[in-house]
Write a protein that binds this ligand. Sequence first.
Ligand code: GDP
Ligand code: GDP
Length: 433
Amino acid sequence: MSNIIAIVGRPNVGKSTLFNRLTESRKAIVDDFSGVTRDRHYGVAEWTDKQFTVIDTGGYVANSEDVFEAAIREQVIIAIEEATVLLFMVDVTTGITDLDDEIAQLLRRSKKPVFTVINKVDNTALEHEAPIFYSFGLGEIYTISSMTGSGTGELLDDVVKHFEDAPEEENSLPKITVVGRPNVGKSSLVNALMGIERNIVTPIAGTTRDSIHIHYNQFGHEFMFIDTAGLRKKTKVKENIEFYSVMRTIKALEEADVVILMIDAQEGLESQDINIFHLAEKNKKGIVVLVNKWDLVEKNNKTMKVFEDQIRQKLQPFTDVPIIFTSVLNKQRIFKAIETALEVYKNRGKKIPTSKLNDVMLPIIESYPPPALKGKYIKIKYITQINGVSPMFAFFCNLPQYIKEPYKRFIENKLRENFDFSGVPIQIYFRQK
Ligand code: GDP
Ligand code: GDP
């Protein structure tokens, strides 16, 4: 289930400071690709075991003065539509401004939970200034300091109460979605596949979910397509096109098991695509990369390999991902794309019996053990796959804390070499035994 927190508010109130605070702890663990993600305004965060996506709306606003307020206003409207919970941030040191009032007016019409967050309350003296913000008429107020983190725990405790739990599976079919920048060919693909019959089109009753689920059942393949392309609305402010599509993408991605990331062969893999890729990876989704409009590329017998290598280079460190070259226009390899997505789905649910895992991995570990640290030898005794929606492995050993990243990567590579986990992020844990 997608749980999205959108931070809205005028510039300079501290939105991105809070965003960084919420997403950082996690970043340290999984996000060692900061170089490519600097322009990121959405990220994964966690509070009391609940994972969610945070969006800093300010990041999408253009700098030019004339579109500025209109852009902010529209982003608030989009956030109201798309987010699970809205954090309306204001600044205690400036009091209420006209733009704050305008945003509050939009938020009062929202049916979604709105938390009024008074930021920059760095000390108790400032605490006394906070009650004026009750005048928004948006209910309870929360005082925080994004800089020090004070108050953020109390805020999040209340925010997560509004999260939607994963619904009872309406069925156990694979859920596939196609994401990518505008114009790469997403709707063309869905239309090409669904041309013959459009079985089920729903907003599913009883949930707030509003993406369209299409039941595909042809040629021996059955799955659900989570389609958002058809729901893409026109925005009045051109700067918000990306913001809107990012919101949609995040929702589709969180609902799906396998994400088809479609790129345009003529444009290649850009930083936005890489951000989406990493978001899918962090959400432990299966991934297939489609390089579409292959018909438009002038090619010889090396072109595909060169393309593939370049893409993998940019996807590092998670490069064990199928890359397929399609022309939706010519219907070239579109079924192959679907078949691959379904294989990735299988890989994601794959369970390796413990005996097999140990038979294969222990000899590898024996011939290439983790390097000794401070004169201490690390002994991995046995391995087991942990139950979960995506592959997780526990390696039991005497000194788990001594195992470093390179060895972990080595283990991951060996798992991938011996068992097909193509397209699937895998988690490896070293545990005390
Ligand atoms: P945004 O435009 O809403 O994303 O705001 P920023 O996060 O960029 O913050 C604007 C300014 O306010 C920066 O100089 C921050 O360092 C500062 N700021 C953010 N949070 C706090 C806070 O809790 N206390 C204080 N004193 N300053 C803050
Ligand atoms: P979306 O915004 O990602 O849903 O992209 P669309 O499906 O609307 O496609 C954008 C444009 O690219 C349309 O004019 C399509 O006809 C065109 N297009 C889609 N796939 C291909 C392809 O494989 N080759 C070529 N040459 N054009 C394509």
